[in-house]
Write a new protein. Sequence first.
Length: 139
Amino acid sequence: MSNVRCLPAVVIVALLLAAGCGGDGGSTATVGEQVVFGEGEPPPAFPGDFPIPANAVIGTTLVDRINHRSEMALQIEGVLDAAVQNFTIGLVSQGYVITNSEGTDESWTIAFNRGELQGEVVFQAVGGFTQAVASVNRT
């Protein structure tokens, strides 16, 4: 497995571990001044029109000020195919350009951009629901 393919798994594990340390919704914790963890709300770098499905719950979030990258973990009710389809439609309808979309029956990655904003959503099927990590950064 290449380092690029391992990165989403590492990010998901880190976000899930950090989620276990959280309290009530909307809390934040900082590591120095460069990395900020939160939960329950999208990080500020995500545009207001970013398509978060109605059947999704936002878990742990991360703002990495060094690398200008923000992430949020989502738990989406429903199967992987439906989650990927809903995100694809939502992104395109908000003016994002899908630059890559590929995967398997168990995992999927959508890469997208809009202007200077680039990002991806990495999905993982888990029983009757889907876990996803959405990330964005500005170039």
